[in-house]
Write a protein that binds this ligand. Structure first.
Ligand SMILES: [Zn+2]
Length: 323
């Protein structure tokens, strides 16, 4: 099995299978197309207020995330990215949304740069609200997907392979500096976050990309090679070998023989994401599955794994530079 990019395979495929490769990413589960084109809902009529709205005002319990550690470590609200945000599970997606209470008489759905915003009358309970969300889930999921793809394309278009262009490196913006020179060379200034690439004046853009990619891969090899032993020691396991991969949908994998592969493109992400994938793959040396025990093992050496996992889930390969 793979450590999947966005959603886990169903639990039936999660059963331990000795000797099988485990990976970090699953096929991308986008919103399934609606059998009939659903009209974009502007509002959902809601029933009049019940005399006593049971449940309203109670602490929000997010829908159970099948990817989440189970039993839950028990801090759902701290996992929300912003105060006032709520989460609901729609099919295999965990959707975060902002709830705005208003005087209007119906529930309104808006999807903008910040994601899903729901406006609802004060007397609508969370249970009623979640029912309304589920009624509109096709529309919500397809709009969210569209929006994410649009911003991914924008991001890609922004990558300029020229002097002053930037690309993500360890979660920060790395600025490219290009110098005309007889020989070729790459120099990194970590303080200025600049990568100076020396190239012959007639060099092509592909040559520039190759230089940068080569440098990123060397950095990945060095850094991952430093982090792996740290987490292996924490967990008390020994792995057989480590190599970089260039898989397009997989962040990492681990065989029963302890051969670990890590996607070099992880070097675009900040250290917590890298450490999470490392902890994940090493945890497979204890648990060759994605069971609750597996996630407890990940948590034992990388407690903040949920947040890191979410960042990776939301950052598909389409958001990364193309070489
Ligand atoms: Zn895995």
């Amino acid at each position: 099995m793979k450590l999947l990019r966005q959603t886990p395979p169903d639990s039936s495929s999660d059963a331990p299978q000795p000797g099988q490769q485990l990976d970090l990413f699953a096929p991308v589960a986008e919103a399934a197309p609606s059998p009939t084109p659903a009209p974009a809902p502007a509002a959902v009529p809601v029933p009049p207020p019940a005399p006593a709205a049971p449940g309203w005002g109670q602490p929000f319990q997010p829908a159970r995330d099948p990817l989440a550690l189970s039993p839950s470590p028990g801090t759902p609200s701290s996992q929300l990215s912003a105060p006032g945000n709520r989460r609901i599970q729609l099919e295999s997606h965990v959707i975060e949304y902002r709830l705005v209470r208003s005087k209007r008489r119906s529930i309104g759905f808006v999807i903008d740069e910040d994601g899903l915003r729901i406006t609802a009358p004060r007397w609508v309970t969370i249970a009623e609200l979640e029912n309304a969300i589920r009624e509109k889930q096709r529309w919500i999921l397809s709009k969210l997907t569209e929006r994410r793809e649009r911003s991914a394309r924008r991001l890609q278009a922004q990558m300029r392979w020229e002097d002053g262009g930037t690309l993500p490196f360890l979660g920060r913006d790395l600025t490219l500096r290009i110098r005309a020179a007889q020989g070729v060379g790459v120099a990194f200034d970590g303080e200025a976050m600049e990568l100076t690439v020396s190239l012959p004046p007639d060099a092509t853009e592909q040559q520039l990309k190759d230089r940068v990619q080569g440098w990123l891969q060397r950095e990945a090899k060095r850094l991952f090679g430093e982090r792996l032993p740290l987490y292996a020691e924490k967990l008390g396991v020994a792995y057989h070998s480590f190599a970089l991969s260039s898989a397009t949908t997989q962040w990492g994998s681990c065989t029963a023989q302890g051969k670990i592969r890590l996607n070099w493109r992880l070097i675009h992400f900040a250290l917590p994401q890298i450490d999470y994938v490392i902890a994940h793959e090493l945890a497979h040396l204890r648990e060759m599955n994605h069971s609750p025990r597996f996630w407890a093992t990940v948590q034992s050496i990388f407690p903040e794994f949920e947040a890191a996992k979410r960042v990776l889930r939301d950052s598909g390969p389409e958001t990364l530079p193309i070489f």
